[in-house]
Ligand binder design. Structure first.
Ligand SMILES: Nc1ncnc2c1ncn2[C@@H]1O[C@H](COP(=O)(O)OP(=O)(O)OP(=O)(O)O)[C@@H](O)[C@H]1O
Ligand SMILES: [Mg+2]
Length: 239
């Protein structure tokens, strides 16, 4: 059974089909990439999966249970976490407290503050933010804000993590570090579904890639298959 699957997933904004009859599946333990030109519907698909938007049609299942149209906090508590394309941290709150909130409220059952604090500390270490734990989130560099968002998502102990352009705006060294982090997260048993424009990263890290164009899935396969697909090449060269 796939950890995540969608059938006929569709979202209209007025007359625009931002996501149109998309079928997809993500298997336990995979790293799956979601690529496509600007406006292809990638973030909209993530919003439909995470509950930020309700599909116009179609069904989404997580661990075999239908989650279509559930509220984001319920989906999060089931074990599906995400990061955002435009980072959404609590700007005036220190780094540590941002992660602590995720550790306290993202889980199915209550957790003690002491335990959540321990987890938050460990996660800051994991993403490399221990030195800035008391800094207000808004004062972090972009790469550190992205690491913070990642730590906060991980604090909810997800089974599946959706990453929306984790590497956008990072320099090559930072991209390399982010790729390493993603690989380590997967090694901990967390399945990853990631939107990325940084081709070098997506091609080397993903087991499988799904390509969207104008809301439609136009290709799917191994990085090798997708990179050599005529349709995919045309779409990217044409825009
Ligand atoms: N809330 C909304 N209301 C109306 N239209 C929207 C809304 N969100 C997205 N759209 C439109 O839906 C289409 C898909 O947008 P989406 O953000 O999903 O694309 P994307 O693939 O994530 O692009 P990018 O690579 O630029 O992030 C675009 O035409 C966008 O303008
Ligand atoms: Mg997007």
């Amino acid at each position: 059974m796939p950890i995540l699957e969608g059938e006929g997933v569709t979202k209209y904004f007025g007359g625009l089909a931002a996501v149109s009859r998309v079928d997809f599946h993500v298997e336990q333990g995979e790293i799956v990439g979601l690529i496509g030109p600007n406006g292809a519907g990638k973030t909209t698909l993530f919003n439909l999966i995470s509950g930020a938007l309700t599909p116009s049609a179609g069904v989404i299942r997580f661990q075999g249970r239908e989650i279509t149209g559930l509220k984001p906090h319920r989906i999060c508590k089931m074990g599906l976490a995400r990061t955002f394309q435009s980072v959404k941290v609590f700007p005036n709150m220190p780094v540590f407290e941002n992660v602590l909130l995720g550790a306290l409220f993202g889980k199915p059952d209550g957790v003690s503050v002491a335990h959540a604090a321990e987890e938050a500390t460990a996660l800051l270490e994991f993403v490399g933010l221990s030195a800035v734990r008391s800094t207000p989130a808004k004062d972090l560099t972009l790469v550190n804000q992205k690491r913070l968002e990642l730590a906060r998502a991980l604090a909810t102990r997800p089974q599946l993590l959706l990453l929306d352009e984790l590497m956008a705006g990072l320099n090559p060294t930072e991209v390399g570090q982010a790729m390493e982090l993603v690989a380590r997260i997967r090694d901990q048993g967390i399945t990853i579904f990631m939107i990325e424009h940084v081709m070098k990263a997506i091609m080397s890290i993903c087991d499988r890639i799904i390509v969207l164009h104008h809301g439609v899935k136009i290709a799917e396969g191994t990085p090798q298959e997708v990179a050599t697909s005529k349709t995919v090449i045309e779409v990217y060269l044409g825009e």
